[in-house]
Design a protein around this ligand. Structure first.
Ligand SMILES: C[S@@+](CC[C@H](N)C(=O)[O-])C[C@H]1O[C@@H](n2cnc3c(N)ncnc32)[C@H](O)[C@@H]1O
Length: 236
């Protein structure tokens, strides 16, 4: 499981690195409230989304393969006074250690793109489907980059936050982004593997989901072929 060690290496500065990513939090909290909970978050990371969901009073089961990220999430839940509502479990999102059935499974911040192949993504979607009560929902976001984005960022170290640098190396043929992150001595590189919109629809159909909505951003504007894709899927 290569992503495990990679995220362990950046767990201590993942939150400062992702500080500017706030637009998705309210969206997922609203979905959690509407579901009534409990919610399973696949690839929960440091609890960036799970802790606000718990603060809204909804129980979250968070699964992640990185003990380092889960350690940061545990501290965040304690600091927010929501330890009782945040249940963190070490495991792989393709085979989540979750015997419970829930009304909502989420996988925010493009985490499904850590699945290398289309068939691995299908395994992950089927795993999410298996956790849902009848009529339950799976909500996640991914991206497919534009040519402009690739041209603007390819192969250049950019200071994303003070003292935290990021470099994107795009392989359009393989549809893989190698993202390197560096802070002081610590550095890591992980890969994200994107797909087209129709390919995602095919995976979701094969995983026994109806797609209720597809948004292009967290303000719920309809998806119109831009980079970001947010899928709201109902278990058939
Ligand atoms: C971009 S972070 C997202 C964290 C969190 N959901 C958020 O929105 O900030 C991706 C997370 O996916 C986790 N991850 C990667 N591959 C995984 C796998 N196969 N099973 C479980 N977690 C995985 C990493 O450890 C990391 O915490």
């Amino acid at each position: 499981m290569p992503s495990l060690a990679l995220y362990d290496r950046i767990a201590s500065f993942y939150d400062p690195w992702s500080r500017s990513v706030t637009e998705d939090v309210g969206f997922y909290v609203e979905r959690a409230l509407a579901s009534g909970g409990p919610v399973v978050e696949l690839a929960v990371g440091t609890g960036r989304i799970a802790v606000p969901i718990a603060r809204a009073g909804i129980r979250v089961i968070g699964v992640d393969s990185s003990p380092g990220m889960l350690g940061v999430a545990r501290v965040a839940a304690e600091s927010a006074g929501v330890t009782e509502l945040v249940d963190l479990r070490l495991g792989d999102l393709r085979d989540p250690p979750v015997p419970e059935d829930v009304p909502l499974v989420i996988c925010p911040f493009r985490s499904l793109l850590h699945m290398e192949t289309e068939s691995e993504k299908l395994v992950a979607a089927r795993a999410a489907r298996s956790l849902l009560v009848p009529g339950g929902h799976f909500v996640f976001d991914v991206f497919s980059p534009s040519r402009e984005d690739i041209e603007e960022t390819d192969g250049r170290w950019l200071e994303r936050e003070p003292g935290i640098f990021e470099r994107a190396d795009w392989d359009e043929g393989a549809r893989t982004l190698s993202l390197s992150i560096r802070s002081g001595e610590a550095t890591t590189t992980f890969e994200l593997h994107w797909l087209s919109f129709p390919e995602w629809l095919r995976i979701l159909d094969a995983a026994d989901f109806d797609v209720d909505a597809t948004y292009g951003w967290f303000d719920r504007r309809p998806y119109d072929g831009e980079e970001d894709m947010i899928f709201v899927c109902a278990a058939r």
